[in-house]
Design a protein around this ligand. Structure first.
Ligand code: ZN
Length: 486
């Protein structure tokens, strides 16, 4: 165990889990846009297979017209005999139309049973049967639903982009909806075979012609007109971006996983919150509550049920000598941990980061974020709070994004440490440096050399530990070099 920070711990004690109705989707055929930032999405679809009882890689490969080797390589499987029931496998080059390749839908804010049944022309019974649902009315955000094959009269609704569906709420009329979706009122009436003038009733389901389903949420309380959570599903140790649009100026507050959601508002009616999911958060379904206060006095509250999935992190055992173990004493580590937590839990309303972040080092990644750690056979109650890069001493450290330097000093555990505030509650930390090349108050640009790699503090060899905090929680930094927020 070299080049890792054996002494950087993070404890959790606030976890909450809600009982959930278990759902097992058999085969998922998902659009990449559902799983990552839209701008980075590639054309086509990715096939994901969830391993069932009595399956092995040979049978799965046969089913999709691919090979055991191709699946093993795509999923980093060293031993093809060791796959587990419930494991998700990426199926490379699945043959179109191969047996069991079904359409799936990832439940997004605003989806309801009514909107899904209307969109896919299927029945609650068929949907429940295809997904082993105990209660099809209890949907949650991030849930992947298998859409029953051959749903509807001819199945034709499964081709092409499904259209948005809207469920009429009190106070809504056809003119207001026409404005909301940017289409003429007469077109909306015609698409739904409504007589003119078209009175609407509460709970009525309307098809929204020409508006792709993924772009508009259907059932949101006015003045909230759009809500997007990216990426879905929501995963432990990763960042969730929440984008809301209101009809006119509004302020928004909210909570998720017993922590406040902080929204930055721009252009009066666009609201973004960036939230870090704790790496040790218990997988399950959590309420996400929003309060929307429009400046015209209208107020709405809404609660979404959001599924948090396991991150699939590795676990490792670390054996420490009595002398090393003594260094883990909270009395020694506590004050420094508290300082770091206080600084990296701040919130600056100015946003410095823009687009994807760059890597802070050209060195190879030697230790991933999120690996659970047990010391001397103890509980797996700590985890690696950053990403380690193995570089020689003196190698440059680059700012991954723009920001303001808010700490640049020597610490007993983290060594020469720099913290950059990127704005909107996003902070970067760089530990164990040989030399710090910035000072507090400096504004850095992406790619700027801010220091050099070293082994200062409690480190077992030269390496860079890069830590990224979002909303007061350390998250996987590498997600930010693969997708942009908001
Ligand atoms: Zn580290």
């Amino acid at each position: 165990m070299r080049n890792v920070d054996k002494f950087l711990l993070h404890r959790s004690g606030w976890l909450l889990a809600l009982a959930a109705c278990l759902v097992i989707g058999m085969v998922a055929r998902v659009a990449p846009a559902a799983a990552q930032d839209g701008a980075a999405a590639q054309p086509g679809t990715t096939t994901i297979h969830i391993v069932q009882r009595d399956e092995n890689l040979f049978r799965i490969a046969l089913r999709y017209g691919t090979t055991v080797e191709a699946i093993a390589i795509a999923n980093g499987i060293a031993d093809p005999r060791s796959i587990a029931v419930g494991q998700r496998l990426l199926i490379p080059n699945a043959q179109p139309g191969s047996v069991g390749a079904l359409t799936t839908h990832t439940v997004a804010p605003g989806d309801t049973l009514q909107t899904l049944l209307a969109r896919y022309q299927t029945t609650a019974q068929a949907l429940a049967a295809a997904n082993n649902l105990c209660n099809p009315n209890l949907l949650y955000i991030g849930q992947q639903l298998v859409i029953p094959a051959g749903a509807g009269a001819d199945g034709s609704q499964l081709s092409g982009a499904p259209e948005a569906v809207h469920i009429v709420r009190p106070g809504q009329n056809i003119y207001r909806l026409a404005v909301q979706y940017g289409i003429p009122a007469y077109r909306l009436a015609a698409a739904n075979h409504l007589a003119w003038p078209a009175p609407l009733f509460f709970g009525q389901t309307l098809r929204i012609p020409g508006v792709p389903a993924s772009e508009h949420a259907a059932d949101l309380p006015y003045p909230l007109v759009d809500a997007q959570f990216r990426p879905l599903p929501v995963v432990q140790g990763r960042t969730l971006g929440i984008h809301l649009v209101t009809d006119g100026p509004a302020t928004i507050s909210g909570t998720f996983m017993e922590r406040p959601l902080r929204f930055a508002t721009h252009d009066a009616n666009q609201h973004d919150a960036i939230f870090g999911i704790h790496a040790l958060a218990r997988p399950g379904i959590y309420p996400l509550t929003l309060a929307i206060d429009a400046t015209n006095g209208q107020r709405a509250e809404v609660t979404f049920r959001v599924q948090v999935e396991a991150g699939g992190y590795q676990a490792e055992q670390i054996v420490l000598t009595a002398e090393q173990n003594a260094l883990l004493d909270p009395a020694l580590t506590g004050p420094e941990d508290e300082t770091i937590t206080r600084i990296m839990s701040g919130f600056t309303t100015r946003r410095f980061f823009d687009g994807m972040m760059g890597l802070p080092s050209t060195g190879a990644i030697t230790s991933q974020f999120g690996t659970r750690r047990s010391y001397n056979q103890g509980a797996l109650s700590t985890f690696h709070t950053g990403t380690d890069f193995g570089s020689g001493p003196g190698a440059p450290i680059l700012a991954p994004a723009a920001g303001t330097v808010v700490m640049a000093e020597a610490l007993p555990i983290r060594g020469n440490a720099t913290i950059i505030d990127h704005g909107w509650g996003v902070y970067s930390g760089f530990w164990h440096q040989t030399e710090i090349k910035v000072k507090v108050g400096d504004i850095v640009v992406p790619g700027q050399v801010i220091g050099t790699v070293g082994s200062t503090g409690r480190s077992t060899g030269p390496h860079l530990h890069w830590e990224l905090w979002v909303g007061g929680t350390p998250v996987d930094p590498l997600q930010w070099v693969q997708q942009s927020f908001p």
